[in-house]
Design a binder for this molecule. Structure first.
Ligand SMILES: C[S@@+](CC[C@H](N)C(=O)[O-])C[C@H]1O[C@@H](n2cnc3c(N)ncnc32)[C@H](O)[C@@H]1O
Length: 444
């Protein structure tokens, strides 16, 4: 029976190879490359993964939990450490920060991928000529569309469809211009739902191709791969404060292995920009919020500025070389200045002269921003963001992982379910054997 089952599974279009593993007493399978491909078109197992997130968010938006009004639907926004909703004030600060990044360069046409309930759309559309939002979750799209905000078009679709005919025609309708390209493409708090680095890169490549010269691509609220262990420790300590160190170590490992979301190293974004054919500046922002939450500590934003003349280089001053009342010691009006190497007190509280991001934001001139050192997530920088260019990330060690790979974990769970159903249909009279996705690099 196993032999027959193996040969049936080997002909399934999503399977590359299948074999019986005596030790595991299971049929092991390896998915075919086309089933997990991102390009030229997403393979069926990648689509399954996108569908998984669609179902998650359709459920989230079908509840009314967290809905404070049309323009403030905070459904799903719960803290991982307490399990409770984030405070309204914290979320308003979070939204305003994202809106600030989008509107900073006064875009006229905004395209948002994964627009959700419209937290950004409600605040951005008044300052723009046209706004087009797309999202995979139907209830979010329907609700936002029904609100009929002036200049706003909303359609159901996934981020990788940003160059599709329906998005192009929505941009045309919204602007009344056949050739209108967005001068800002936004992906705020959506990359965590992407299946893998290849999908993220494909979407960003298309966004960077599409955006008008001088425009920006804003990738907001990204989960940081570089300090994922620190996040897991913080979280498990908050949830199980009485754990011993070995218990904590085991919980951290379990949490990291079970994470279903995409986490990205900040340096990846400069590498993507460096490979692109356009001239792109990459700026990495920290989250300068007042509340100490996972959003403030472990997330960051990237703003790409495309085909815009580079500003004059800024002088760089190391935080540790400043003395006395630090920022007052520098003449900040004399020439563009970046202050670097500022320890983030939330992540490295014992470092000398560490500061909280919110304290730093309050102390710097209004045109400045609190930035993140992409090579060390515990270090902040401050300065006019147009003078920050993450060149060091490209020069750095290119072998660092860009992202974790949630699609592999997803396929390990989902493919056996699909193949078990398939075998039950093809061999209805036999007992279905255990099926697992092979993790070994070679077929025995
Ligand atoms: C955390 S919400 C963020 C919503 C909005 N961008 C904001 O900042 O409020 C994530 C949204 O991304 C959508 N989403 C998930 N995967 C997507 C994909 N591949 N393409 C487009 N939208 C996606 C979800 O349906 C959800 O509405």
């Amino acid at each position: 029976m196993s032999e027959q089952a193996v040969s049936i599974l080997a002909t399934h279009p999503w399977v590359d190879t299948a074999w019986w593993d005596q030790g595991k007493r299971a049929i092991l399978v390896r998915p075919s490359a086309s089933a997990v491909a991102v390009r030229p078109v997403p393979g069926p197992l990648l689509i399954e993964h996108l569908e998984h997130w669609r179902h998650v968010y359709e459920y989230v938006y079908s509840t009314t939990e967290g809905r404070h009004g049309d323009d403030l639907d905070l459904s799903g926004w719960r803290a991982s450490d307490t399990g409770k909703p984030f405070s309204r004030d914290h979320m308003i600060e979070w939204v305003q920060h994202a809106v600030g990044l989008v509107l900073r360069d006064k875009p006229r046409v905004v395209l948002e991928l994964g627009c959700g309930s419209g937290l950004l759309a409600h605040r951005v559309h008044r300052s723009t000529r046209a706004y087009v939002g797309i999202d995979v979750a139907e209830p979010a799209v329907e609700r936002l569309r029904a609100q009929a905000l002036p200049g706003v078009r909303v359609l159901q679709g996934a981020a990788h469809e940003l160059t599709s005919a329906s998005v192009t025609s929505a941009l045309r309708e919204a602007t009344g211009d056949d050739t209108a390209a967005p001068d800002c493409v936004v992906l705020n708090s959506v990359t965590q739902c992407f299946p893998n680095e290849q999908y993220l890169t494909a979407v960003l490549d298309d966004a960077l191709d599409l955006v008008a010269a001088g425009g920006t691509v804003v990738v907001g609220d990204i989960r940081n791969l570089a300090n994922a262990s620190s996040f897991a420790r913080w979280l498990e300590t908050a949830r199980y404060p009485d754990s011993t160190e070995p218990q904590l170590t085991a919980r951290i490992a379990d949490r990291l292995a079970a994470d279903e979301e995409l986490l990205c190293d900040p340096r990846l974004f400069a590498r993507i920009a460096a490979r692109h054919h356009r001239d792109i500046r990459t700026t990495c922002y920290a989250k300068p919020f007042h509340d100490d939450t996972e959003l403030t500590r472990y997330r960051y934003d990237i703003v790409y500025t495309v085909d815009r003349p580079a500003p004059e280089p800024a002088r760089t001053i190391e935080w540790s070389t400043l003395s006395g009342y630090r920022l007052r010691a520098v003449d900040l009006t004399r020439e563009p200045t970046l202050i670097t190497g500022i320890p983030n007190a939330l992540l490295d509280p014992h470092a000398p002269d560490a500061v909280r991001p919110a304290e730093l934001a309050a102390a710097v001139p209004p045109s400045w921003a609190v930035l993140l050192d992409s090579a060390d997530g515990r270090l902040l920088a401050a300065g006019p963001p147009e003078h920050y260019h993450d060149r060091d990330a490209v020069r750095g060690n290119d072998s660092t992982a860009g992202c974790n790979n949630p699609n592999t974990t997803f396929v390990q769970r989902r493919l056996p379910e699909i193949l078990t159903d398939y075998l039950e249909r093809e061999l209805p009279t036999a007992a279905t054997p255990l099926i697992a996705v092979a993790q070994e690099p070679t077929v025995p």
